[in-house]
Design a protein around this ligand. Sequence first.
Ligand SMILES: [Mg+2]
Length: 510
Amino acid sequence: MKLNPLQNDRAAGVLVALAAGDALGAGYEFGAPLPDGAEVTMKGGGPFGFAPAEWTDDTSMAIPIAQALLESASDAGSSSPAALTMVVRVWTSWAAEAKDVGAQTSSVIAAARRLASAAGRRKVHAADFTAAASDFHARTGRSAGNGSLMRTAPLALAYLDRDPSELLAAASVMSALTHADPDAQEACGLWCVAIRKAVLTGALDVRAGLPLLSAERASVWRERIVTAERSRPSDFARNGWVVEAFQGAWSAIHFAGLSASGPAHLRAALEEAVRGGRDTDTVAAIAGGLLGAAYGYTAVPFEWRQRLHGWPGMRARDLMVLGMELGRGEGRRPASWPRADRHDYSMWGRTDVLVRHPHDGGVWLGGVGSLERVAELGIDAVVSLCRLGALDVPGLAPEDHATFWVVDSAVEGDNAHTAFVLRGAAAAVERYRSEGKSVLLHCVRAESRTPTVAALYGATVAGISPLAALSDLQVVLPGARPNELFMQVLRETAASNDPVVGGATHAAAE
Ligand SMILES: [Mg+2]
């Protein structure tokens, strides 16, 4: 469907924030709860030995769902049997090599493979999974692990333009591939309906799907939600169970929302989820799917996006592309941003401007044309403020290229979290400089976005007001004229005593 810029941002944020929560929790999995204020970082390690900023099974199982739904975007039914079979085949090959496959999922995959081979097939079908999961539930009576809820978020993106009741039904089917218990199916349905509403409206409403359940089940879940809102994530010690994982994730979002909003809420809630202990990566991944839907890709701190990676060899940018294309519902669009290798700026003039920052000679300020000179000038890191293709910045490690979504527009609704994004970009420049790297900061023509971020950075370096920094910048960039919205950010920063850059990603200023 046609999404407005803010909905687009929110669709793009679902998988990125899910993965960020997952990678944030990976190093703390199965640990005891942490005290309030304890630092939480993407340190990696944990029982499965993940690399720093590497995501785990939660994201790795969500990606095949997103990819299969994207493949079948033109079909009448997004979660058709063919799409589901595509999903379970990727899960099966992933599980053969994965570091961490949940116990119930692992058992169902093995049983589904036996069913396929008993039927003389080398490859599994979705029906093998559904049968194996249903058998698992019948035998054990306990199949409500959190393994279907942790991966379910992308499904919501395929149902933005359909009735939420269809989404609820599809989420049940997707859950039942491995988790047949009604609690698991309903949890997936409720969480997906909340994600759909968050992408469309920006609202965080975990109750949005309750009217779609029977009165009896709605009342059970309403009670569970109320309990979550009176609790902290650490109160849900059995968060390997889907119900307590759901409650842990919602309590993290609800509790953090009492004292934070916007991007600061996203960050605080994911940290709160991890401090809850035990199945930290999964509770934070579940929370991340919904928070990303509500606040968007632009709300995920750069320091989290920078090194985020995982199976199957993807990074934050790939997850952003998947989420956005899924939300648009037009399948893969290899010739369009953001999937295209190159973004065409040939119609623009004066993109070759390139000057040194007046307050720090290690920072270059330029137009998009200056990207061609990165190798020649020996530039170590690039901070981009305009749309680029995947191959527009060759020769740099991915973590040395920071991208920020900001449109040169003062029109309300064109940009999300403008101050947070501009300050985050200035913080990225400072981060690279603290690592001793030379930096190119650029947009298309260095007239509005680049001088704004350069003024925020220059204010910190020179210890002056951002407005004074802008005046200095206008000497070397005579065309520098930040739009009125960006000028407002500079004025607000000048009026506050907050450090401009240091801590900007924490302060969020929303
Ligand atoms: Mg995990």
